[in-house]
Design a binder for this molecule. Structure first.
Ligand SMILES: Nc1ncnc2c1ncn2[C@@H]1O[C@H](COP(=O)(O)OP(=O)(O)OP(=O)(O)O)[C@@H](O)[C@H]1O
Length: 431
């Protein structure tokens, strides 16, 4: 509903609308949604700004399946050169199949893939062709690294450089060893290295031939959980230094957020949302994404004139609206009074404040080192989460003061299919 194009002719350039979403100014002329231009989340806003930049990687309507089962269902995404993308989702949702299809290792049933201006595959009613995997200029890093156990680290890295001159090959291997900080281990066999070091050899081997696109399938899954996030940051650093465009598959959200510029949440073969980590967290497009990415709670709300009533208090609404150039505008939404909605409340939206008159009952807590994650019950029985510095140690069964900061919330309509990002009005204009 709200994410669709809404017809406008009236006054797209109305000067009464504030131009910055951060600026707390109430529009003098509150209007209905039907008089506004385009309503879309910020993720789409970025897309619209980049609309005219030709993407480096473009996947359009990709369908992949086995027998009569569709495993990847109309996947579309783009990446600019040097960007790192990631497929994130539960086991069996189709991440690896999508990656393998991009590599050309799985036949596609529909759709097209283009990389660096070259069409790699296209399956339509009229055309059907696919470039062979070896000719796609892609590198792959597998879950088990697939290193050659009988070859040294240096020879593993040189493996894909057969067509290079001896001098160029030597220089490239030296450069790669340096990049992944394994120079002193050049003559060792993979079995003499730690898991993290083996993973870096696999990365260096895949990067050595300068692939146009690097594909990484769960590259950290064999490693210590504690090390994964820092290794993911390390890999990101290497990819950024070499301006490598890459796609990674993982089911670990922290890993995805640590490494990727764009994360695609997959659910039952569909790419539900393709956006930056911050957009996924703050502007999830559906309740599935909201619940899958990050922690939080959905609480009930009801539309009333000028605000939304919730158990945490009233939220005064201002829906963010973007014109066709992606510039923020403001607009009233068109939910009628009395419409029930869901409001996404993240743990950082609920601030603990001993002086607040609003309180909630502590019904659970998890120690997280620097923080406690408290589960708090509101007066009407609904629960929310709150991140509180760990020196505030409150027992289960006690009441603590809370200050809800619902200045920027995501709401879902009653059918739970449409998300809208709202900012709060400055209440002083309304009181
Ligand atoms: N070669 C195959 N033949 C038939 N079905 C397959 C084949 N490969 C995968 N599948 C099925 O396709 C679905 C998606 O598999 P895929 O490996 O892409 O999922 P995934 O999201 O990568 O899972 P995981 O995180 O467990 O690796 C699964 O139901 C799987 O059983």
């Amino acid at each position: 509903m709200h994410t669709d194009l809404i017809k406008d002719s009236a006054d797209r350039t109305d000067q009464s609308k504030p131009k910055s979403p951060g600026k707390k100014v109430m529009p003098t002329n509150i209007r209905q949604a039907s008089t506004c231009a385009v309503i879309m989340p910020q993720s789409k806003q970025h897309e619209s700004i980049k609309m005219h930049d030709k993407p480096y990687l473009s996947v359009r309507g990709l369908v992949v399946g086995y027998d009569d089962t569709t495993v990847v269902d109309k996947m579309s995404l783009t990446l600019q050169q040097g960007e790192i993308g990631c497929f994130l989702g539960y086991s069996g949702c189709g991440k690896t199949t999508a990656l393998r299809a991009i590599a050309g290792l799985e036949p596609t049933r529909q759709g097209s893939i283009s990389l660096n201006g070259q069409r790699l595959t296209e399956q339509t009613a009229r055309t059907s062709f696919a470039v062979a995997p070896a000719k796609r200029g892609m590198g792959m890093v597998f879950q088990d690294y697939a290193l050659f156990g009988h070859l040294s680290v240096a020879k593993n890295i040189a493996f894909g450089l057969n067509s290079w001159s001896t001098a160029d090959k030597k220089a490239r291997v030296t450069e790669m060893l340096n990049l992944v900080e394994l120079t002193e281990h050049a003559s060792k066999r993979p079995s003499e290295l730690s898991g993290g070091q083996q993973q870096r050899v696999a990365l260096a081997r895949a990067l050595a031939p300068k692939p146009q696109l690097l594909l990484l399938d769960e590259p950290f899954s064999n490693l210590d959980v504690v090390l994964r996030e820092s290794l993911a940051m390390n890999v990101r650093d290497i990819l950024k230094r070499t301006n490598t465009t890459a796609i990674l598959v993982t089911h670990d959200q922290n890993e995805a957020f640590a490494i990727a510029d764009k994360v695609g949440v997959m659910h039952r073969g569909k790419l539900v949302q393709w956006a930056t980590p911050s957009e996924l967290y703050h502007e999830p497009i559906s309740p599935f994404v909201a619940e899958f990415v990050g922690e939080g709670a959905m609480i009930d709300g009801i539309i009333k004139e000028g605000h939304v009533e919730t158990a945490l208090g009233d939220i005064y609404r201002r829906m963010e609206v973007y014109d066709e150039l992606g510039q923020p505008q403001y607009c009233e939404y068109d939910y009628p009074n009395g419409t029930p909605i869901k409001v996404l409340v993240r743990p950082d939206d609920i601030i603990h404040d001993d002086d607040s008159t609003q309180t909630a009952l502590v019904v659970g807590r998890v120690f997280r080192g620097a923080n406690y994650l408290y589960r708090l019950q509101l007066d009407d029985g609904q629960t929310v989460l709150s991140l509180v510095a760990s020196h505030h140690n409150h027992e289960i069964g006690t009441h603590i003061g809370i200050l809800p900061l619902l200045e920027h919330v995501v709401v879902f309509d009653e059918k739970e299919i449409n998300a809208t990002t709202w900012s709060e009005y400055d209440r002083s204009f309304i009181d």
